[in-house]
Design a protein around this ligand. Structure first.
Ligand code: HEM
Length: 485
């Protein structure tokens, strides 16, 4: 232990003694206590801008280093070996590829389909999924008076949303009001295992055991493979340009198509990356609106002033507060709770005044970075959407926050997530009055992502809202919730 701690230039970097010589410190906080997102921030408060959190790993707190560690181009810090945990099938995997050149070429081959302009072409399909969600909330909760387990229902929505955009049809969780084919149960099982596997690397060989593969992802994997094989067999009868079609049409610079194994990996990653991140964001948006009724009221007034039951993305851009509420929620409760680890490039680097040799693992946690009062000011932990409406603050936030990561590995689905979160929030507000139940049961759990469990919500049709057929004359009411689909 003495040698692990001291036979390295990292010996001078402050941090807990146990962390400097064993992975057990992190295992205790990240796996056993499940509060690691806050524990890490407290470490930085105690030890400063750079902290040793494992024998070969440091965490950095100063937001100015975001552009150094998560950059574009030649100077990129590559992803570290923690990403090898994703089960390899031998084909390129966008989210876990560590080689910079391979990643750049692979991302370039598909990136055009994920720009804001490209994603907005699917707006009418998003509207249809949102409509299913609103109708299901109305039928199952507003009309019955039953409490809604919003932890689960927000996942139904985001799973429907991502399967619809990837495969051209949703898996129908909202309509069925249940976890179709056990896909969400599989995702949760995998999420529960992920800190354990990530922070105790010697456990990795176990992931190859048949029994773990089967319990973890059996149904989920079966659904993905079935949809892809069907597309290969039957072509694309609807002609809809969904993401799967985009992947099949995509070409590398030299003209070659993506092999099927690579397409499968992309589809897997999209359906893995979206439901948990976006659903936890939606839960936190609802919580913040319930706890900040002044902001809620301002938003309602602006939405009603639009005078339409089906505002488009473009209409909603006239309400900067709405996008600000979504971004502020993501800033205060970033779904990704782990510290986006990278490997220090060849030759080593000096960071926060400390020399780090090549291959040191280095990372920044969005939770810690966003909580840095020295950089952002004393009110950084307060819910203040207006900070996103001040051009100076917004510039700093867009550049140095880590909600979607930064640089060449920034989230590919950022626009999908933002459009859907903004639009679904608007529809929930327009259609329902709502509030939290049993607030003391709501808890955040660190599972690499920071999930929100135990969230119950009541919904009532909003008087005079699109679903309401008892109050107000026809002329006073906005049109019924129909979407462009
Ligand atoms: C609120 C929702 C979301 C959040 C907060 C989020 C957050 C992130 C973050 C922080 C990263 C960087 C990880 C790293 O650097 O290690 C990332 C990467 C990624 N995300 Fe998201 N994500 C969200 C939604 C989505 C959606 C809807 C998709 C679906 C297409 C998606 C696909 C990806 C992919 C493919 C990557 C890897 C990109 C690469 O390495 O080139 N994400 N996301």
């Amino acid at each position: 232990m003495h040698r692990i701690r001291n036979d390295t230039p990292l010996r001078d970097i402050p941090g807990p003694w146990l962390a400097s010589c064993s992975p057990l410190w992190r295992f205790w906080y990240a796996v056993c206590k499940s509060n690691y997102h806050h524990d890490l921030t407290n470490l930085h408060r105690k030890y400063g801008n750079i902290v040793r959190i494992a024998p070969n790993e440091v965490s950095v707190w100063d937001p100015e280093y975001v552009s150094e560690i998560y950059s574009h181009g030649e100077n990129v810090y590559p992803k570290c070996d923690m990403y090898d945990i994703a089960l390899p099938n031998g084909f390129f995997n966008l989210a876990v590829e560590r080689d910079i050149k391979t990643h750049t070429l692979g991302r370039r081959a598909i990136a055009k389909d994920y720009s804001m302009t490209a994603i907005l072409k699917s707006e009418k399909y998003f509207d249809a999924v949102i409509k299913d969600f609103i109708t299901a909330l109305d039928k199952n909760f507003a009309q019955t008076g039953k409490k809604c387990n919003f932890t689960v229902w927000s996942e139904y929505f985001t799973y429907d949303m991502i399967t619809d955009i990837v495969f051209g049809k949703s898996f129908g969780f909202c309509n069925a009001a249940r976890d179709v084919e056990g896909g969400l149960r599989d995702l949760r099982q995998m999420l529960n295992l992920s800190p354990f596997l990530s922070y105790l690397p010697w456990i990795w060989p176990l992931t190859q055991l048949e029994i773990i593969k089967k319990t973890g992802m059996k149904h989920y994997a079966r659904c993905m493979v079935r949809e892809i094989q069907k597309r290969v067999r039957e072509g694309n009868p609807t002609g809809r340009q969904d993401l799967l079609q985009g992947l099949m049409d995509a070409r590398y610079q030299d003209g070659h198509a993506l092999p099927l194994g690579e397409i499968t990996n992309h589809a897997y990653i999209f359906v893995l990356a979206a439901p948990d991140t976006a659903s936890v964001a939606l839960r936190n948006i609802i919580i913040n609106l319930c706890r900040n009724r002044d902001v809620y009221q301002q938003l309602m007034d602006s939405l009603l002033a639009l005078n339409t039951a089906n505002p488009t993305w473009k209409d909603l851009q006239n309400i900067p507060l709405l996008t600000a509420v979504v971004k502020e929620t993501l800033r205060l409760h970033p779904p990704a709770g782990f510290s986006l680890p990278r490997a220090v490039p060849a030759g080593g680097r000096t960071v926060c005044g400390k020399f780090l040799p090549e291959n040191t693992t280095i990372g920044m946690s969005a939770w810690s970075v966003h909580a840095n009062t020295e950089y952002w000011g004393e009110d950084t932990l307060e819910f203040k959407p207006e900070r996103w409406m001040d051009p100076n603050q917004m510039y700093k936030l867009e550049r140095h926050s880590l909600i979607f990561g930064q640089g060449s590995r920034q989230c590919l689905g950022k626009h999908i997530a933002m459009i859907n979160l903004v639009k679904v929030t608007a529809q929930i507000l327009l259609n329902f009055d709502f509030g939290l139940l049993n607030e003391k049961n709501i808890k955040e759990v660190f599972l690499l992502l920071v999930v929100v469990d135990g969230m119950d919500v009541w919904f009532k049709r909003r008087a005079g809202g699109p679903l309401d057929d008892t109050i107000g004359s026809e002329s006073e009411k906005p049109a019924a919730v129909t979407t462009g689909a």
